[in-house]
Design a protein around this ligand. Sequence first.
Ligand SMILES: [Zn+2]
Length: 336
Amino acid sequence: MVELTKQQEERAKRLHEEAVVVDTHCDTLGHFLRRSWPRRRPRKLGERSEEGHIDLPRLVEGGVDCQTFAIYTGNKAIVPEATLRALQMVDVFYREIGENEGIVSVTKPDEIIAAKEGGKVAGLLSIEGAEPLMGDIGLLRVFYRLGVRMLSFAWNYRTPFADGLNAKRAESKLPDLGVQALEEMDRLGMVFDVSHLSDSNFWDVADVMKGPFIASHSNCRDVCDHARNLTDDMVKALADHGGVMGMNFAPAFVAKENPTVEDVVDHIDHIVDLVGPDHAGLGSDFDGIGNPPAGLEDVSKMPNITRVLVKREYSDEDIRKILGGNHLRVFKEVLR
Ligand SMILES: [Zn+2]
């Protein structure tokens, strides 16, 4: 599908190996807890599966150096079950990683570099949607102590910290508790993630925050019109803060019909045209989406992104930034 010359293939292979490849979002943890017919037991990190998109063998094959694993509880309600489910996901993250030599849990950027140098994948823990915090900043500190280093305030609904994009009063302002939580995240050193936030709360966050924030798994609304993607003005505001957007592979966020890996890179092109090469990254959403684009069927196909970037004549430096250097820059600034 992506045709390259022999020389381009060699360049793509070298760059993908050299780069610290970072993916800022997947929903794989839930699959380690879930049984689904006809499987008798949940998937395992260390076993290559024919199902879903991410396990350790496929991460290694795809040359991913740092994978963020999201705790997603999916509860519309703020109920203790969301906190219980989140804690079970923290447990399964450490259990699965503990069973495998080839992956380590990390909380700092130098640990990501050390993992790569040691030939291991780095696993970083995030929370998607603050339902498990139950509006308690104390629980934010608890999850920080459990190793969570990235957080979004809302999935698609309302939490005490912010409005998700489907919240009924999505025009409302960020609540005081959300502002306090942002300040506490800044003090602790946690990456703030605006993916899934309502448009109005995005702008509140951009007003309140001084440092960088990321959109862990969102694309460009001006390339593919979907509420989960960011408008050009939002992309500019994120870039003004020194932030990064991780490209999401969910077909509905990529292109209208039959998206391919080329369509994903169209979003990268758009960001680079708009704000330069320092603000695009990868945030696959693997294991949280159905039917990924052709050429990105699972994480083992991640090198195809690099092959398209090479085909489109990006420089070595820009390819390294987009594959993970940009996210690493934000991690270095925030995770202290
Ligand atoms: Zn999501």
